[in-house]
Write a protein that binds this ligand. Sequence first.
Ligand code: GDP
Ligand code: CA
Length: 323
Amino acid sequence: MKVTALAGGIGGSRFLRGVQAALPDANITVIGNTGDDITLHGLRICPDLDTVMYTLGGGISAERGWGREDESFVVAEELAAYGVGPAWFGLGDRDLATHLVRTQMLDAGHPLSDVVAALCVRWQPGVRLLPMSDQRVETHVVIEDDQGQRAVHFQEWWLRLRAGVPARSIVALGAERATPAPGVLDALADADVVLLPPSNPVVSIGTILAVPGIRDAVAATSAPVVGVSPIIGGAAVRGMADACLTAIGVETSAQAVGRHYGGRGRVPAAGTATAGLLDGWLVDTVDADTVVPGAAVAARPLLMTDLAETTAIVRAALELAGV
Ligand code: GDP
Ligand code: CA
């Protein structure tokens, strides 16, 4: 069975571990979000790709959910002693080696997809991990504060401001000129099932779908497409996805996110809406009354408390997909 999943960071990675447990023999391709990527201290950092790689490769910090287990922050402390920030971005010593290798390879002219493949030789995540694009796409957030209206990098809004300053808009800079990385469109076209994990619908899944060609490939695949809601009972399980949804005018509810992705069976009003993506939408039991026109809805508890529970969530998604 060929499974293709789109994924952000923590929510996506946890779900992917369940996919691996539910389907140990499957060929799994993961299309990772690179909109969170940032350059700091001259190093190119890809937080979501690394979270997937470390989580599936057994190197993730279980406590934090990002970065490396058994991590130290000596370099960050030394930088701070020089007054060099930003202090709000956690850069561990072990993690730094990944960024050094990646930056050297990128500087030598290798595309990001080759770099990811090279890093995965060490981590053996058990999936084919593809960046959504080899071109740079960076999510920026337009905010208004005492300095007036300005755009900040997504990481500054998310980590320094904790998404506490309302976003006027969220822009995937460079997305319109980007092309899907090699293998991405084929992985969607050739899949037996396409999964949208409970990743952030705006700055993880939404950014991946913003790369021209990817959204259409999801809408057009002959495989069933099933999504899992990151919103339970009107709130994000973790993080500030509500602030992202508000910025794009979508209510923070499982139903609104399902309708935002859209049902594939929905007949769009002439000349208006884009094609829907979902054949199935899995929501939590508390959201069982969700209706998404053109998609089948099923409900079960959606808290990924441990691997067994996450695997059961994946099985329910596969059942909804009919595979
Ligand atoms: P990030 O890049 O690290 O923010 O991770 P993702 O974009 O992959 O996932 C973030 C989303 O995961 C958030 O919107 C959370 O609501 C969602 N999430 C986290 N844990 C759970 C969980 O246990 N169950 C569900 N349904 N969603 C979760
Ligand atoms: Ca992310």
